[in-house]
Write a protein that binds this ligand. Structure first.
Ligand code: HEM
Length: 435
């Protein structure tokens, strides 16, 4: 049977002229890369006096992410855009401060902790699917369902918080953030983060309200004395001490960490589950195979979903000093882009790259070429929540497809849009039927 090829955004045949390039960054970063990006080992262009590399070569990617990561930091534009929402948390931390944060958080999200977290995940998923069952044959917004479900799972399993009291307000603020503050302007890209741009005023105001909301959500936890034995990630963070100085996280730092982990820990998994459902709705034979054989096929479908629609479509770094990455002599303050969106659809690395084919990831299939599949990044800054995300997504997807036959209610193509994460251009209506 012919493989399903999901619709994709229009790809420019030539590198975009400057103005169109800037517009594409604001509206859909996936449209900034020309056709050549999907064929060539790398692309290089100058932007605001800096050299900008898009790397598709394993050796060069390995050098940046794994061999010499301390020479590469988060880009100024990432810091400017994400700081209001993640504060001083793990995502944007650098140097020794990053090390301390990572050492504290990683053990709580390690594979051996998953059996403790899965009961929360299963119970929350069952509640959400019971609610969907009341909507059989009515149009269902699975994007919103998945956003609420993954938010609830993140809150409950990491911080013992019932999120439904705050979920609607959080989701409203995150939508506002995506629409108004996450689209970089020319000045946002041009100026160093220490010089505020007009967009930063709105971002600062947003940060006050957002962190205020997280403070409210955490107030009871912050005011209660710490328990003798940590019960969840919040208690672990609270008990953490810098081995050299003996200092712990301040209340503001704790709050920033919670904001970071709730944000990074739910939006990416929500869109991944949304894309998986959208692909399966359009490939009914794959959906049928998954329903019959969830043990072997759920992970393969998720891996293939993360290949075609990697929630983190772009990993960016700024170089601190010069370096040799593969064949490239990279200068100080050059920008390095490693784009899972491009790598995962590269014609030199994959066969039939645009087709939905979960069998690529079945246990007996050959592994993908080295460094051609990076949905969670690589090296010391690899996603700290990868196990959490995969465990959660496997539970939710297997339960959803086990219980319902999922189809789309309209034929309007669902197109990916790259703004912070890989979002759909609209939330299509789905129909569910009990299996
Ligand atoms: C399908 C879901 C997810 C995807 C595709 C994803 C992807 C990524 C990627 C590509 C990075 C590396 C970025 C870089 O190197 O610049 C990253 C980092 C990170 N992720 Fe995830 N992630 C997912 C789920 C999660 C979850 C569930 C959590 C928390 C529980 C989480 C928390 C983080 C944090 C805190 C970082 C920064 C780590 C550091 O800098 O040390 N992510 N994620």
């Amino acid at each position: 049977m012919a493989l399903f090829v999901p619709p994709k955004p229009s790809i420019p045949s030539e590198p975009l002229p400057f103005r169109q390039f800037l517009r594409a960054i604001r509206t859909n970063a996936l449209n900034t890369w020309p056709e050549a990006a999907y064929d060539q080992p790398y692309l290089r262009r100058g932007l605001f006096g800096r050299t900008n590399y898009l790397l598709n070569e394993p050796d060069a990617i390995h050098r940046v992410l794994v061999d010499n990561p301390s020479n590469y930091r988060r880009s100024p534009a990432s810091v400017r855009i994400l700081r209001p929402i993640t504060g001083q948390g793990l995502l944007l931390a650098e140097g020794d401060n990053w090390k301390l944060q990572r050492r504290t958080i990683a053990p709580a999200l390690a594979p051996r902790m998953m059996p403790l977290l899965t009961p929360h995940m299963v119970a929350t998923t069952d509640e959400a699917l019971d609610a969907l069952q009341d909507r059989i044959d009515a149009p269902v917004n699975l994007l919103e369902t998945m956003q609420n479900l993954t938010l609830e799972i993140a809150g409950r399993s990491m911080f013992s918080l019932e999120m439904h009291r705050y979920g609607a307000e959080m989701r409203r603020m995150l939508t506002e953030f995506g629409e108004n503050h996450a689209r970089p302007s020319m000045l946002d890209l041009l100026l160093p983060p220490s010089i505020p741009t007009p967009g930063d005023f709105g971002r600062r105001h947003f940060q006050k309200r957002w962190m205020g909301l997280i403070d409210t959500i955490m107030r009871d936890r912050l005011n209660a004395p710490p328990p003798d034995e940590p019960r969840d990630l919040f208690d672990l963070l609270r008990a953490a001490r810098d081995p050299e100085t003996g200092t712990g996280f301040s209340p503001d730092q704790l709050r920033d960490q919670v904001a970071t982990l709730i944000l990074a820990g739910h939006e990416t998994t929500a869109v991944t589950l949304f894309w998986a459902a959208t692909l399966l709705a359009q490939a009914p034979d794959e959906q049928q195979k998954l329903a019959k054989n969830p043990e072997t096929r759920t992970r393969a479908v998720l891996n293939e979903t993360l290949r075609l629609f990697p929630a983190a479509f772009l990993i960016v770094r700024e170089t601190i000093g010069p370096d040799q990455a593969g064949t490239h002599t990279i200068g100080r303050r050059d920008l390095i882009m490693i784009a899972p969106w491009i790598l995962h659809r590269h014609r030199g690395l994959w066969q039939n790259p645009d087709a939905f084919d979960p069998s690529r990831f079945l246990p007996d299939a050959p592994p993908p070429p080295r460094f051609s599949y990076l949905p969670f990044g690589a090296g010391p800054r690899i996603c700290v929540g990868a196990q959490f995300a995969l465990t959660e997504a496997t539970i939710v997807l297997a339960a959803l497809i086990g219980r319902f036959e999922v189809s789309l209610d309209s034929t309007r193509p669902v197109l990916p849009v790259g703004i912070v994460t890989t979002q759909p251009d609209h939330a299509p209506a789905f129909r569910l039927r009990l299996r």
